[in-house]
Write a protein that binds this ligand. Sequence first.
Ligand SMILES: Nc1ncnc2c1ncn2[C@@H]1O[C@H](COP(=O)(O)OP(=O)(O)O)[C@@H](O)[C@H]1O
Ligand SMILES: [Mg+2]
Length: 214
Amino acid sequence: MALEPAKYNKLEALRHQTISAGLALRNRPHTAIESRIADPRRDGYNTGMTLPSPMSAPNGGLSFRLADLAATAALADALAQRARAGDVIALHGTLGAGKTAFARAFITARMPDVGDVPSPTFTLVQTYDMADPAIWHFDLYRLDKPDDALELGLDEAFNDAISLIEWPERLGPYLPRRALHLHLEFVGQGSGEGARIAHVTGAGDWPARLETLT
Ligand SMILES: Nc1ncnc2c1ncn2[C@@H]1O[C@H](COP(=O)(O)OP(=O)(O)O)[C@@H](O)[C@H]1O
Ligand SMILES: [Mg+2]
């Protein structure tokens, strides 16, 4: 498939970003790399975000009704303020539920001048080393088997960075038990614009940290 030159250059730049970090999965076709480039202002982040009040959920978790993208960004912002090195945040939800939107807001909250936050749909991981600690944003939809994730540098991510993981079930046994789980669901019939319900649960010291969200 031939790509128009401008688009090709952008995709190549993304590809090199990944390869230079030494994280590219071997033998993957790269011509299909594509990403929607986010612009936090255009996408409505950081626009006077207020976190809605949560409802308590079974198993010590919290549920939030997120009326719109700004509310999702507010939750991401609140969790970003409470995150630290070694945290793993598993982002569950079907296609379009808002996993990438959440990750963009989270990364933007910890790195206000980040600029673009591409979806790692085809690169599988995008690292943000300028953040402190670093942030690794995974999208594992295209991971064939859990073992392939080891090549992405999971150890380093889980030890030293904050990991945001879309399609975390693809990791199978490698998903740490201490992970915070965020489930995003469409409200009602809707899919696309509009409200989501977020269920947040976590083991370890997450319940204590979540309490500070109420
Ligand atoms: N409350 C909301 N939370 C998150 N995204 C929302 C919300 N309302 C509308 N959206 C839109 O839904 C889409 C979610 O897409 P995306 O984050 O890429 O989904 P996923 O990564 O889960 O496949 C975005 O276009 C976003 O603007
Ligand atoms: Mg996504």
